[in-house]
Design a protein around this ligand. Structure first.
Ligand code: PEP
Ligand code: MG
Length: 742
């Protein structure tokens, strides 16, 4: 059964269009179930339209439309469950449609095709004999419907985009709010092996581009091979090893180079060589050799991607773009020319992935989890992003464009209103003061005048500069980077976090592949396993600060007390070493831990005996409390820092830290959201660290609320059942106070 299912899915995936895919589905399913008829009805505006059939009248395809409230097909869609009837004619919902000629069929099994909680259509099998379909047959049809649902959703979307010259809507999850209007730039989409024949302008340059692309492709293949090596999957491993060998000089790699030397651009050279060999291999009689044609295509496409995509990011000819990718990673965003990037959209990724945090830090709207987006041909087309609602409009009409342009202007005005108060202190109407700090990673994010209005840097993510290097930065390079960070905030505290890689933050030169990266080798775990890296980093931080007294050091992803003890001993060692080596005196920095793993929430008394402060990482704490991968779009809707269970944990942290005189701040994304900041402040946390773009908004909000009233709201929030109710409660309060929030 598994094989049959796999074959059907594969054939559908390689079909030319939606119609052909549905035809494959019905004929193959009819065969597999060994029945006399199989049909698909797609849901369109409350009607199920016969869209493909093997058994009913072909001329009815596209014409017969069954209202969802009618017939047995409609029943399956309405109930969102299979309907298995031995004799349809005896069923009260039976309805005859003469145009489809189904009189001969007595029994019917209809199964809804559901994708992302939405019914897309119904697949039905019928037979002449009046008998109920067996449990096995039913299980098979349910499995096939579940398996093809994603492909059907994607193909349908693609068809829509192709067919209409009008606007098309997509939906995903909002990861960084805002509105953007710009052409789409697709990275990570389809790259075809057929490239135009373009002569090289400068053969040396083309040669260097080709060599760099080959090196990057080899590194990527190494990376993938390593993963399969770890998993002991030798069969798959051998495929990647073979591909890498093909890239050698003596093989295709050499052929690509020769073609460049003949005067072709690198892209054309790869394309020409690939097409030539694909043809030669496809014509061979030997089946094994024939199949190697697909390896040649695969390899050519991998090298072309390395040639085309880094080049596209330079965007010489284009003004501003919305970046569309399969999965945005923080490195792409860090490298992308900032002034040309107005939005980010991706098929995969969670709203609290580090790429999204980076987007928020850059003040760029982001939408993730837009299913099958890359199947639609959107490169270069105009796109509107409404990242407040996770909506995208492709090729908008003039009227829609005008509406969004007006909305964009209104938001810009509101931003100006927030900014106008940036120099005023964050004091509530009843006189309670909050301290607002900045989360930073990119130097460009902190080197501006506005930033100096913050009370300091509450979280400096050191992994960000590490991500942008081709290797681990040396001690002196790190000293220079950290000095610049301290310089950006003269005389104010700067909390530098030790390296927090792992999870969804990878260093290109230090690949980690694990089945459960967020439960794996992350943060302090990795640093303690590589004391040489930790010691260099601690020494660099101490030297950068020397006796300025600005530095505080923060340990990420601590889950056990012994990790704190060991880290403290390394700090002592680094401290003694730099003093001895330089003969200078250094101010001893305060040290803190991030509270982002639930175990430590219950050990704050013991934490307080070891460190000076804690900083709550609500992003990870939410992930680990709710057991929801912050990076997985399938469970995005469950990831909710406002869930009262999470709020209660936060409340407990605030109460316990007060009891144990532990200085506490929050540096997760929650602190930068007006609702979140209001709740945390009400819990008694008056140190909030956020992206610099959020400071004006949170400051504006705090100046218009009453602390006592917020405490009352917090008490109600903690008793609610769901995060959405908590947000509604705060929205009502903000409306009552006339606080305009974007
Ligand atoms: C957090 O987990 O809340 C946090 C601030 O750390 P990061 O988002 O970098 O994991
Ligand atoms: Mg974290």
């Amino acid at each position: 059964m598994l094989n049959t299912l796999k074959k059907i899915s594969q054939e559908m995936a390689s079909s030319q269009n939606f119609e052909q895919a549905l035809n494959i589905l019905v004929t193959k399913t009819k065969l597999a179930v060994n029945t006399q008829c199989c049909s698909i009805f797609m849901l369109e505006q409350n009607h199920l339209v016969l869209s493909a059939t093997d058994g009913l009248k072909q001329s009815a395809v596209g014409k017969v439309k069954v209202p969802i409230s009618e017939g047995i097909i409609g029943l399956a869609a309405q109930r969102e469950e299979p309907v298995n009837i031995a004799d349809a004619k005896l069923h009260p919902r039976f309805k005859s449609y003469p145009a489809i000629k189904e009189d001969d069929f007595r029994s019917i099994l209809s199964v809804p095709i559901i994708h992302k909680k939405r019914v897309l259509g119904v697949i039905a099998v019928q037979q002449v004999e009046p008998r109920q379909f067996t449990e096995n047959e039913e299980a098979f049809l349910i499995t096939i419907a579940a398996q093809v649902s994603q492909a059907i959703g994607g193909l349908k979307q693609k068809e829509l985009v192709k067919a209409s010259r009008k606007q098309v809507f997509f939906e995903g999850e909002s990861a960084a709010t805002g509105i953007a209007i710009a052409p789409a730039l697709v990275l990570g989409g389809q790259i075809t092996i057929e490239q135009p024949d373009t002569p090289a302008v400068d053969i040396d340059i083309e040669y260097q581009r080709l060599c760099a692309a080959i090196t990057r492709t080899k590194a990527m293949l190494d990376d993938v091979s390593q993963r399969f090596d770890n998993e002991n999957d030798e069969e798959v491993l051998s495929i990647f090893t073979a591909l890498k060998l093909l890239l050698d000089d003596a093989s295709l790699g050499g052929e690509y180079e020769r073609e460049v030397m003949l005067g072709w651009s690198a892209e054309s050279a790869v394309s020409r060589v690939s097409l030539k060999f694909i043809q030669q291999f496809s014509e061979m009689d030997d089946l094994y050799l024939k199949e190697r044609a697909s390896d040649i295509r695969d390899l050519g496409q991998r090298v072309l991607r390395q040639l085309i995509e880094p080049g596209r990011m330079k965007l010489d000819s284009i003004d501003k773009v919305i970046l569309v990718t399969r999965e945005a990673d923080a490195t792409i965003l860090a490298e992308f020319p900032r002034h040309k990037l107005v939005g980010v959209v991706s098929e995969l990724g969670g709203v609290n992935s580090h790429a999204c945090i980076m987007a928020r830090a850059l003040g760029i709207p982001a939408i993730v989890g837009v299913d099958q987006l890359l199947l639609a041909d959107i490169d270069g087309k105009r796109l509107i992003m409404n990242a407040h609602r996770g909506q995208l409009v492709l090729s908008p009409t003039k009227a829609v464009l005008k509406e969004y342009q007006e909305l964009l202007n209104a938001e810009e005005l509101l931003e100006k209103k927030y900014l106008a108060e940036i120099f005023e202190p964050a004091i509530t109407l009843d006189g309670k003061k909050a301290h607002l700090y900045i989360n930073a990673g990119l130097l460009s994010g902190i080197q501006n005048e506005m930033v100096r209005e913050a009370d300091g840097i509450g979280l400096y993510r050191t992994e960000v500069p590490f991500m942008m290097q081709p290797r681990f930065p040396s001690e002196s390079e790190q000293v220079e980077i950290y000095k610049q960070v301290l310089d950006a905030m003269p005389n104010k505290s700067v909390i530098m976090r030790t390296l927090d890689v792992g999870g969804d933050k990878a260093l290109p030169y230090f690949p980690i592949s694990e089945d459960n990266p967020f439960l794996g080798w992350r943060g302090i775990r990795l640093s303690l396993d590589h004391p040489e890296l930790l010691l260099i980093q601690l020494r660099a931080m101490l030297q950068a600060d020397q006796n300025r007294g600005q530095l505080q050091i923060l340990l990420p992803m601590v889950s056990q007390l012994k990790e704190i003890d060991l880290s403290l001993s390394y700090l002592e060692r680094a401290y003694a070493e730099v003093q001895a080596e330089t003969g200078k005196t250094f101010i001893r920095p305060k040290i803190g831990v991030m509270i982002e793993v639930p175990s430590l929430v219950y050990q704050l008394d013991q934490v307080a005996q070891r460190v000076d402060f804690i900083s709550v990482g609500s992003n990870d704490l939410t992930q680990y409390l709710l057991a929801v991968d912050r990076n997985n779009p399938r469970v995005n809707s469950l990831y909710d820092s406002y869930y009262p269970g999470v709020l209660r944990a936060l409340q407990r942290i605030m109460l316990d830290s007060r009891q144990h005189q532990l200085d506490v701040s929050v540096c997760g994304e929650l602190a930068g959201e007006p609702f979140g900041a209001a709740l945390l402040f009400a819990m008694g946390c008056n140190k909030l660290s956020m992206n610099h773009g959020s400071i004006p908004k949170v400051n504006y909000m705090l100046r218009r609320v009453n602390f006592a009233e917020l405490q009352c709201i917090l008490r109600q929030a903690l008793k609610m059942d769901d995060g959405s109710q908590v947000r509604e409660l705060l929205l009502d309060y903000f409306n009552q106070q006339n606080i305009d929030m974007i």
